[in-house]
Design a protein around this ligand. Sequence first.
Ligand SMILES: NC(=O)C1=CN([C@@H]2O[C@H](COP(=O)(O)OP(=O)(O)OC[C@H]3O[C@@H](n4cnc5c(N)ncnc54)[C@H](O)[C@@H]3O)[C@@H](O)[C@H]2O)C=CC1
Ligand SMILES: O=C(O)[C@@H](O)C(=O)[C@H](O)[C@@H](O)CO
Length: 317
Amino acid sequence: MSSSGKSITVIGSGLIGRSWAMVFSSGGYRVRIYDNQPGLAAKAIAEIRKQMGELEEASMLRGELSSSDQLALLSSHDDLQQALEGAFFVQESVFEDLAAKQSVFESVERLVGSEVILSSSTSCLLPSNIFSAVQTPNRCIISHPVNPPYYVRLVELVPHPHTLGTVMDATHALMTQVGQCPVRLNKEIEGFALNRVQYAIIAESWRLVEEGVISVRDIDLVMSEGLGMRYAFIGPMETMHLNAPAGLEDYLQRYRAGMRKVLGSTGPVPQFSGEAAERITKEMCELIPGQQEHLSARRERRDQLLMGLARLKKEQP
Ligand SMILES: NC(=O)C1=CN([C@@H]2O[C@H](COP(=O)(O)OP(=O)(O)OC[C@H]3O[C@@H](n4cnc5c(N)ncnc54)[C@H](O)[C@@H]3O)[C@@H](O)[C@H]2O)C=CC1
Ligand SMILES: O=C(O)[C@@H](O)C(=O)[C@H](O)[C@@H](O)CO
């Protein structure tokens, strides 16, 4: 898929809209950014200019083009029709509010051809709800990024019940071409995949802290120094596979009872409020300033871990 001369419109110039603009322009696409708050899209470009300069300075700018060439692809617009001119793909990134998103897509559909792909960045809203007022939902899709999208490249592609396979394929190709890592969901489900897993982890972590089983600091270490060190490089399926030299049945034989006992005792979803919330916030404010020194040690740990995982794979039959 060539980007030359092709245009993408980003609607909403906040944290995610800016990130999308940087990602798409890194792939050589012309990007028109629109925000309904006059002047905000222009401010977003000024912020992007600053970020791209810093990234280029640190040799971390994505794509083949220089920062000035990428910036030349960006334009800000306070008029929606102007922003949509020539777009083959529209990425909505307005507030996580169903009515706001429905209204955006109603307006957009009146201004673009039926072949233009309409995509939402929503974290959790279902496509069948977001696009409920769209006359031609077969060109609609969710492209859910993960914060910060410029560095965390996963994009969940979630179809509306009527989304065409060609629209899923074209969006997958676009996201791959701009360097993201798209995954395909075969149907819509609350929370998609990433947030279903993320919220399950958050719920159990919250419960263990709220019930005084473990401290705020230590539950985060369970993730950052334990599961996260593995999950940064291999997923849960590969983890099971590598943890069972005698095969998955062997793994399940060993852990099935334990998994059932643990999952059976996880109980109702926590309130996510009250004393635990205050305690977590207080402790995080005390902990975070000291975390910077960890980051510098990460690279060495990462290389050691990759070596360890490579050895695990080698030992596989
Ligand atoms: N913040 C995060 O970590 C992530 C957010 N998302 C999703 O991305 C979307 C955007 O999130 P953020 O960038 O964090 O929000 P944000 O609040 O930073 O930015 C939203 C922007 O949209 C603009 N806006 C609101 N209504 C508009 C309209 N009708 N037309 C044009 N512009 C409009 C606002 O002026 C604002 O600049 C949400 O759906 C969110 O759930 C997805 C993944 C991660
Ligand atoms: O965590 C993320 O970056 C994304 O999964 C999101 O969609 C939102 O931030 C979400 O987690 C907020 O609940």
